[in-house]
Design a protein around this ligand. Structure first.
Ligand SMILES: Nc1nc2c(c(=O)[nH]1)N[C@H]1C(S)=C(S)[C@@H](COP(=O)(O)OP(=O)(O)OC[C@H]3O[C@@H](n4cnc5c(=O)[nH]c(N)nc54)[C@H](O)[C@@H]3O)O[C@H]1N2
Ligand SMILES: Nc1nc2c(c(=O)[nH]1)N[C@H]1C(S)=C(S)[C@@H](COP(=O)(O)OP(=O)(O)OC[C@H]3O[C@@H](n4cnc5c(=O)[nH]c(N)nc54)[C@H](O)[C@@H]3O)O[C@H]1N2
Ligand SMILES: [Mo]
Length: 799
C-alpha cells in the first residue's frame, strides 16, 4: 500500500508543519447509568425540544404530522416500514425520525454571504456538530482551483463546468458517481441512466459500507439479496432474534412491531456486546399514559457476545439445535423442507462434529448453559425471524456469519413461512430502492441488456468500482472526477487520512447536498456544492406538486410528497440535477429525451415499469394506499443458490482466529443516539448514559484495570494494519458493560483507525466493527503525528 501520510502539495491553505499544541479539545463528559428501556414520552419530548431549539418549530411541527401519513412523505431517517393495515390518523413517528426531520426542516440557511465570510480552511476547523447547526445551503456554490472561498454560481454554469470536466476525461471510467441512500426511485433511475449513457458502471453507493454483505450472502445462499419477511410476520412470529443491531436508536419504529409480536406470544433473543436499551425494554410513545406505565420488557434472553464472537456462537447454536433433535427426534429439524428445498445439510452436520462446544463458548464469551438455553428456545419454535444490522455486516467474515444465520433458519424450515425468515434491517430510507433501480457497480448482464434494448445506446459492460475500490482508484489518480448524489463519503469511509488524500487529488468533486458537511471542505482541485430540495419539501414541476417514491426495508414501494415550502427559491430537485447534467454533458450525443423526464416523473416511472420486473403499472399502483410489494422468491418459498440451482444452500465456514496480544483489543465503531451517520445532531448518547462528549472508548472494567488505567483517563488509540501507525489521539475511558477485550467507539471519529484494506471478504465493505487497536495513556507528543490536514479531515472537537 502507498504511504498513508497526506500529500501536502494538494492544498496549500493548510499549514505544512504539525501543530505543536493540542489539535483536539475535550468537553465536560457526564456519565449516568445506561437506560434499560427505550423511547416513551421522554424520548418524544426530547425530540420536540430539538424542534423548538432549532427555531424551526413551525416548519418542523407541521411536517411531523405529515410524516409517514398516506398523504405525506416518507420519513427521511430509516427504512423501517409503516404499519400499513393499522395506520392510525397520526402515523407512526419516533424520536429519531423527528430529529432527522428537524435537521432538514430548519429554516436557517447559508448562501453566498456566508461562504464569502468563511474560508474553507476556517470551516474545516468547526466540529461536525457545529457544521450540522449551520442550516440549509441556499444556492449552488463553486470553489475554483486554488480558491480559498466557495463562490455563488448559477445552475447553468455549474452544469457547464461539470460537462467540461467530464468531457475532458480520457475515459468515462475516470469518473465515479456515488449515491447515499435517500435519493428517490425517480432520481435514481435518471441518474444511473445518465452515468451509463456517459459510459461507466462506476456507481459506488452507501450499501458498499452498509448491507452489501447481506446482499452478497443472501444472493449466494437463497438466491435473493433482500430480506424475506413482511412487517406482519413480526406479529405472527414465535421467536425474533436480533443480532448486531440497535433498534432503539437506529430503527425505533421497529420497537412497536417487536412489542406487538411479543404480546402475540413471540419470544425475543438479543445477541450484542452491549445491553442496548432498545433491546431490553420499550415504552410506546404513541400510546396515551405512556409516561406513567411501566416499560414493556423486550428480550427474554440476552447473550453478551464478544465482538466478532458471533461465528462461534452461531456454530454452537447449530450444534445444540441438532442435539435437541436427537433428544426429540422429528420435532426440531424440518427434514421435509431440507429434503425438498435445500442442499448441503449432511455435509454441514459432518463438519459441525469437528467443533468442541467449550472452545466455541470461549470464543464467543457465552457459557455453554446459556448457549443451550438459546438453542432450546430455537428448537422449540418454528416461526423464527432473524434480524441483523451493522454488528454483523461490518465484520471481516460478515458474509460467513449470514450464511450461518441462513443455516439455522433452513434447519428449522423457517424461511418462506408466515412469521419466519431473514430480516437484514436496512439503513437509509431508500437505500434498497437505489439498488433495485440499478445504482449498482455490478449490474447483471440481463439488467444491462434490458437498458440497452429499451434505450438503444451501447451500455458499458465492465464492472465498476465500489466504495473501497473507488477511493483507492482516486488515490492512484485513476479516478479524477467524483460526483456525490447526497451523503458524505469522506466521513463515512474508512481510513480518513488516506481517503482525504484521495479526495484532494481529484480534479473536481461535486456534492449534491442539503446541508454543509465535511465532505465539502476536503475537496478536489475544483469543487461544486449543488443544493437540492429535501424530502419534506414541495417538489413543484410546471406548477404541479409532484410525488416521488421509495422502497422500504421490506420491499414495499410507496409514494411520498413533501409539504413544506422549499427553504430557498434557488433549490432544484435531484431528478432535475441528473437530467440537466445529462443534457449539458451528453448534448446531441444522447439518444434520450431528458426533457420528457424533467417535465414528468410519470414518464420516468413508465420507463421503469417496462424495464424492472415487479414495477408493472407503477404509476397506478404506487398511489394506492400502502403502495405495493416487489416480488420476492424466498418469501414464496422459492430458493436458488450459487452452487445448487433451484435449492437453498447450507454453508460451511471457518471460525476465525481472534487471539489478541496483551495490549490489543477489538474495536467496533457505532452510532450514538444523537447522530444520523455522519451528521451529528447533538453530543449525547442518552440511552447509553454518555453525555456531552463523543471522543470516548467503552471498555470492560477488568480490561481497564489490567491496562493500569481508570475511568476518565485520557488515552490515545492506535491501529497498526498494513505496517502503518494510525492514531486517534485524546479519548476518554468509559467503564461499560461490554465483554473483555471488546471496545466500542463512535464513528466518524475513529474511522481514521480503520485501514482501507480491512474489508469484508467477498463483499469488500469496510469491516468497521472489527478493528484491532492498542490503547495507551494519552501522550501530548502524539500530537506531533497529527497535522492540520488530519484534523481538518477528522474534524471532531478541534481545539
Ligand atoms: N437515528 C439514526 N437512525 C439510523 C442511523 C443513524 O445513524 N441514526 N443510520 C441508519 C443506517 S444507514 C443504518 S445502516 C442503520 C444502522 O443501524 P445498526 O445496524 O443498529 O448500526 P450500529 O449503530 O452501527 O450498530 C449496531 C449494533 O451492533 C452491535 N455490535 C457491534 N459489534 C458487534 C459484534 O461483533 N457482534 C454483534 N452481535 N453485535 C455487534 C453494537 O453494539 C450495536 O448495538 O440505522 C439507520 N438508522
Ligand atoms: N466506522 C464506521 N463507518 C461507517 C459506518 C459505521 O457503522 N462505522 N456506517 C456506514 C453506513 S451503514 C453508511 S449507510 C454510511 C453512510 O454514508 P453516507 O450516506 O454517505 O452518509 P450520511 O451521513 O448519511 O450523509 C449525510 C449527508 O447527506 C446529505 N443529505 C441529507 N439528506 C439529503 C437529501 O435529501 N438529498 C441530498 N442530495 N443530500 C442529502 C447531507 O448534506 C448530509 O450531510 O456510513 C458508513 N460508515
Ligand atoms: Mo447504512
Amino acid at each position: 500500500m502507498e504511504n498513508n501520510g497526506l500529500d501536502k502539495k494538494t492544498d496549500q491553505t493548510y499549514s505544512q508543519s504539525p501543530s505543536a499544541a493540542s489539535p483536539y479539545k475535550l468537553l465536560d463528559l457526564k456519565l449516568e447509568s445506561p437506560k434499560k428501556w427505550a423511547a416513551g414520552v421522554p424520548a418524544v419530548m426530547h425530540s420536540l425540544e430539538q424542534l423548538v431549539r432549532d427555531a424551526s418549530v413551525l416548519r418542523g411541527g407541521r411536517a411531523l404530522f405529515s410524516m409517514n401519513q398516506f398523504d405525506g412523505f416518507d420519513c427521511p431517517s430509516c427504512a423501517w416500514p409503516d404499519p400499513d393495515h393499522d395506520r392510525s390518523k397520526i402515523a407512526e413517528y419516533c424520536e429519531n425520525g423527528a430529529k432527522a426531520l428537524a435537521e432538514e426542516a430548519t429554516s436557517k440557511t447559508i448562501g453566498a454571504e456566508f461562504f464569502r465570510d468563511n474560508s474553507v480552511y476556517d470551516l474545516a476547523k468547526m466540529t461536525d456538530y457545529q457544521i450540522s447547526q449551520l442550516g440549509r445551503i441556499s444556492e449552488p456554490m463553486y470553489l475554483p482551483k486554488g480558491g480559498t472561498h466557495y463562490q455563488p454560481v448559477s445552475w447553468d454554469e455549474a452544469f457547464a463546468k461539470i460537462a467540461e470536466k467530464l468531457n475532458g476525461l480520457d475515459s468515462p471510467d475516470e469518473a465515479i458517481f456515488y449515491t447515499s441512500g435517500r435519493t428517490s426511485n425517480e432520481a435514481t433511475w435518471v441518474y444511473q441512466l445518465f452515468g451509463r449513457e456517459f459510459g461507466t458502471n462506476n456507481f459506488p453507493d452507501c450499501s458498499n459500507m452498509c448491507h452489501e454483505t447481506s446482499g452478497y450472502a443472501l444472493t449466494r445462499s437463497i438466491g435473493f439479496g433482500k430480506g424475506s419477511v413482511k412487517l406482519e410476520d413480526f406479529y405472527e412470529s414465535d421467536l425474533i432474534i436480533i443480532i448486531g443491531q440497535n433498534p432503539g436508536t437506529n430503527s425505533p419504529r421497529m420497537l412497536s412491531a417487536l412489542t406487538k409480536g411479543k404480546k402475540n406470544g413471540a419470544r425475543i433473543m438479543a445477541i450484542n456486546p452491549l445491553p442496548e436499551a432498545g433491546l431490553m425494554g420499550f415504552k410506546d410513545p404513541q400510546k396515551p399514559l405512556a409516561a406513567i406505565t411501566k416499560p414493556f420488557e423486550l428480550s427474554d434472553l440476552y447473550l453478551p457476545v464478544k465482538i466478532n464472537g458471533d461465528m462461534a456462537l452461531l456454530k454452537a447454536l447449530q450444534i445444540l439445535v441438532l442435539e435437541e433433535e436427537e433428544k426429540n427426534p422429528g420435532k426440531v429439524i424440518d427434514y421435509d423442507f431440507i429434503h425438498e428445498k435445500t442442499a448441503g445439510f449432511e455435509a454441514l452436520v459432518e463438519e459441525l462434529k469437528r467443533y468442541d462446544l467449550n472452545f466455541l463458548a470461549a470464543e464467543c464469551g457465552i457459557p455453554v448453559d446459556q448457549l443451550r438455553e438459546a438453542a432450546q428456545m430455537i428448537a422449540a419454535r418454528k416461526r423464527i425471524i432473524v434480524c441483523w444490522g451493522m454488528g454483523i455486516t461490518q465484520q471481516h467474515n460478515g458474509v460467513d456469519m449470514i450464511y450461518n444465520i441462513v443455516n439455522l433458519l433452513l434447519m428449522k424450515g423457517s424461511i418462506g413461512i408466515k412469521g419466519g425468515g431473514v430480516c437484514p434491517v436496512r439503513g437509509h430510507s431508500n437505500v434498497q430502492g437505489n439498488r433495485t433501480l440499478l445504482v449498482n457497480h455490478k449490474p447483471t448482464e440481463e439488467q444491462l441488456d434490458t437498458l440497452e434494448k429499451f434505450y438503444g445506446f451501447k451500455v458499458p459492460r465492465q464492472g465498476g468500482y465500489d466504495v473501497v475500490k473507488a477511493i483507492k482508484a482516486m488515490h492512484q489518480e485513476k479516478v479524477k472526477f467524483m460526483f456525490c448524489m447526497g451523503g458524505n463519503l469522506l466521513s463515512a469511509a474508512p481510513d480518513t487520512t488516506y481517503t482525504a488524500e484521495a479526495m484532494r487529488k481529484l480534479d473536481m468533486s461535486v456534492m449534491v447536498s442539503i446541508k454543509l458537511n465535511r465532505g465539502h471542505l476536503i475537496h478536489g482541485k475544483e469543487a461544486l456544492i449543488l443544493p437540492v430540495i429535501s424530502r419534506s419539501e414541495k417538489d413543484i414541476v410546471n406548477g404541479e406538486l409532484q410525488h416521488i417514491s421509495t422502497e422500504n426495508s421490506m420491499g414495499v414501494v410507496e409514494w411520498s410528497r413533501g409539504v413544506l415550502e422549499p427553504v430557498s427559491e434557488h433549490l432544484i430537485n435531484e431528478t432535475h440535477v441528473a437530467c440537466r447534467m445529462a443534457k449539458a454533458v451528453l448534448g446531441e450525443r444522447s439518444v434520450i429525451d431528458w426533457d420528457r423526464f424533467i417535465n414528468s416523473y410519470d414518464a420516468i416511472r413508465d420507463d421503469i415499469s417496462q424495464c424492472i420486473p415487479g414495477f408493472e403499472h407503477y404509476n397506478e399502483r404506487v398511489v394506492q394506499k400502502g403502495g405495493f410489494y416487489l416480488p420476492n422468491d424466498p418469501r414464496e418459498g422459492k430458493f436458488t443458490s450459487e452452487h445448487f440451482p433451484g435449492k437453498a444452500a447450507f454453508s460451511i465456514t471457518p471460525v476465525p482466529d481472534n487471539s489478541l496480544a496483551d495490549d490489543e483489543y477489538l474495536m467496533a465503531t457505532t452510532r450514538t443516539h444523537d447522530q444520523f451517520n455522519t451528521v451529528v445532531y447533538g453530543l449525547d448518547d442518552r440511552y447509553r448514559g454518555i453525555f456531552n462528549e463523543r471522543r470516548i472508548v467503552m471498555m470492560n472494567e477488568q480490561d481497564i484495570e489490567k491496562a493500569g488505567l481508570k475511568e476518565g483517563d485520557k488515552v490515545d488509540l492506535f491501529n497498526y494494519d498494513d505496517g502503518i501507525e494510525r492514531i486517534a489521539p485524546l479519548f476518554i475511558v468509559v467503564k461499560y458493560q461490554i465483554p473483555q477485550k471488546s471496545t466500542m467507539t463512535y464513528f466518524p471519529e475513529t474511522n481514521v483507525l480503520v485501514s482501507i484494506n480491512n474489508v469484508v471478504d467477498g463483499a469488500n465493505m469496510p469491516a468497521s466493527k472489527y478493528v484491532r487497536i492498542k490503547i495507551r495513556k494519552h501522550n501530548p507528543e502524539n500530537y506531533q503525528k497529527v497535522d492540520d490536514h488530519i484534523v481538518a479531515a477528522t474534524g471532531t472537537n478541534p481545539g
